[in-house]
Design a protein around this ligand. Structure first.
Ligand SMILES: NC(=O)C1=CN([C@@H]2O[C@H](COP(=O)(O)OP(=O)(O)OC[C@H]3O[C@@H](n4cnc5c(N)ncnc54)[C@H](OP(=O)(O)O)[C@@H]3O)[C@@H](O)[C@H]2O)C=CC1
Ligand SMILES: O=C1O[C@H](COP(=O)(O)O)[C@@H](O)[C@H](O)[C@H]1O
Length: 543
């Protein structure tokens, strides 16, 4: 949301009738587009399963608190937490206050006191039917005390293994609204959404036994990032890019999401996942769809998601030898000393190899780096490679899209020199330092000045001084409360992404090893070769 949108007068929305669990009709008309204005959701109770976990403490509670402080939560609002651990309302409230102090800001005592009464806790496992009986009872009390009118948003911040059982438990306990009810129910499901195509389909089937598709919000926090939403604005609110945004002008596209962190304390999850599942199946393919999609006919959730799905469906599957050729993997080894620190006469801090990190199984073959070359076989993009790469323990935390244009067809000549201009490039910086740079050629001043690439740079922070981008979870929680699924993945979208990724996963699981790369380097040599053999190179991130 931009500053202007936040400044717009909030309005309370009327809801539209809900569809039943098996219903085909959309639950609501979309409330906000990606360009949308700030609106206040209807009264509701947010039920967080996994409310004592890391996600709730680190991301969800701070996001909810910010929404509250910005006046974007309804007055009639409540949070009901659940986890197996037996605790009570008072303890839960204290933990959430602690989470704010740790991951946001110590809340003002009076403000917290007023808000915290809206927090309740129901202990019990989601495989135990009595948990849902108790939850129904507490929700009834909350409706009376907090005026939440039977509207429910269930957030499943749970280990993936208990997601399906939780949805089924909600259904069995009658906690999902029906069309004739004057309330709504929605469910937010965290990533990872399955671990391959079959498990994603099975999970979709379980959820769809209880909820209708428009009630299901599959979260991908990259879609909540401000710059990704701005990608749509950049492409479709400006006329100058559209004629260039296609195979006749674009040589190739690069999407890089690099991280400096290693596996940290998440080996239990990560070692079973790897970079391809953890990042490419979700975040990088989402970015690709936004770069490559056709302009939607309108900016409602389904029009946008229809176009995104078409992109995924236009990507030819990598199979057989093409997997070896166009999909590469790496795993970080211990770091070598960085030349920068050597120059300063200091010893660079050594980073351990992935295999030596806490809880990583000995001899693990899990990839911490993955790069793919994909094509989008349609009229706009035929023959234009899309190179995707992501990895942990790379030298910079940076997410960017590079649109590299075709080179000028004829060298620039004068009497003494014959300069070959570097191809133009448009770089969309997703994080950090959100912005856009356009690289083009200029002549160095002087009688015989050679050509040099220069850039025109736009930075959100300087262009919109004082405006703060909301956290991804803040935007996504608000959208789910408003019933806007635009920034959430639809069933067919998730399955189309898994369709592309699963053959590569299977081939990698069947044999071979990731190539080692030193921590704090840009990945294994095979990633460089992926582009080099086509006469290209990775854009050096600028941050
Ligand atoms: N943490 C993060 O930054 C991110 C997390 N995610 C996803 O969010 C989900 C949660 O992650 P995270 O918070 O890190 O995980 P944690 O392990 O920190 O928390 C899991 C939570 O689920 C509860 N829980 C586990 N089993 C049950 C059960 N059967 N019934 C009720 N509650 C249960 C746990 O409490 P108890 O053991 O007391 O029951 C705990 O509150 C995962 O799917 C993860 O992949 C996605 C992106 C980022
Ligand atoms: O989903 C995930 O994303 C994070 C990176 O997110 P970012 O917003 O910090 O760029 C990644 O570290 C994690 O492994 C993955 O599960």
């Amino acid at each position: 949301m931009s500053e202007t949108e936040l400044a717009a007068p909030p309005e309370v929305l009327g809801d539209v009738p809900t569809a039943g669990p098996q219903g085909e009709t959309p639950l609501r008309t979309p409330m906000v587009s990606p360009l949308g204005r700030a609106r206040i959701p209807e009264p509701l109770a947010l039920v967080v399963f996994g409310a004592t976990g890391d996600l709730m403490r680190r991301k969800l509670m701070p996001a909810l608190w910010r929404l509250k402080q910005e006046g974007m939560l309804p007055d009639d609002f409540a949070i009901v937490g659940n986890a197996r651990e037996a605790t009570d309302d008072a303890d839960f409230r204290e933990r959430m206050r602690g989470a704010l102090a740790e991951f946001a800001k110590e809340p003002d005592a009076a403000e917290w006191e007023a808000f915290s009464h809206r927090l309740r806790f129901v202990g019990g496992s989601t495989d135990d039917p009595s948990t849902f009986v108790q939850l129904a009872k507490v929700l009834g009390e909350v409706d009376k005390e907090c005026g939440t009118r039977g509207n429910r948003l269930f957030y499943l911040a749970l280990p993936p293994s208990v997601v399906a059982q939780t949805a089924e438990g909600l259904g069995r306990a009658g906690l999902v609204c029906h069309p004739e009810d004057r309330c709504y129910t929605r469910i937010i499901v965290e990533k990872p959404f399955g671990r391959d195509l079959d498990s994603a389909k099975a999970l979709n089937a379980s959820l769809l036994k209880v909820f209708a598709e428009p009630q299901i919000f599959r979260i991908d926090h990259y879609l909540g990032k401000e710059t990704l939403q701005n990608l749509l604005v950049f492409r479709f609110a400006n006329t100058i890019w559209e004629p260039l945004w296609q195979r006749n002008y674009v040589d190739h596209v690069q999407i890089t999401v690099s991280e400096t962190v290693g596996v940290e304390s998440r080996a239990g999850y990560y070692d079973r996942s790897g970079a391809l599942r953890d990042m490419i199946q979700s975040h990088l393919l989402q970015i690709l769809t936004l770069v490559a999609m056709e302009p939607p006919a309108s900016y409602d959730a389904d029009s946008i998601r229809n176009e995104k799905v078409k992109v995924l469906q236009a990507i030819p599957l990598l199979q057989g030898e093409d997997i070896d050729r166009y999909a590469v993997r790496g795993q970080y080894a211990a770091s070598e000393e960085s030349s920068a620190s050597e120059k300063d006469g200091e010893k660079g801090a050594s980073m351990p190899a992935y295999r030596d990190e806490k809880d990583v199984p000995e001899g693990s073959r899990t990839e911490t780096f993955a790069a793919l070359r994909l094509l989008v076989d349609n009229w706009r993009w035929a023959g234009v490679p899309f190179y995707l790469r992501t990895g942990k323990r790379l030298p910079a935390k940076q997410s960017e899209v590079v649109i590299r244009f075709r080179p000028a067809p004829h060298p620039v000549r004068d009497q003494v020199q014959d300069d070959t201009p570097a191809p133009n490039a448009l770089v969309l910086h997703i994080q950090p330092d959100e912005g856009i740079s356009l690289f083009f050629e200029a002549k160095v001043p002087g009688i015989r000045g050679p050509l040099r690439p220069v850039s025109m740079d736009f930075k959100y922070t300087s262009a919109f001084e004082g405006a703060e981008s909301p956290e991804a979870y803040q935007r996504l929680l608000l959208d789910a409360m408003l019933g806007d699924a635009t920034l959430f993945a639809r069933r067919d979208e998730v399955e189309a992404a898994w369709t592309l990724i699963t053959p590569i996963l299977q081939a990698w699981e069947a044999g071979g090893e990731p190539d080692p790369y030193p921590a704090n380097s840009w990945g294994p040599e095979c990633a460089t070769e992926l582009l080099a053999r086509e006469g290209r190179s990775w854009h050096e991130p600028t941050g």
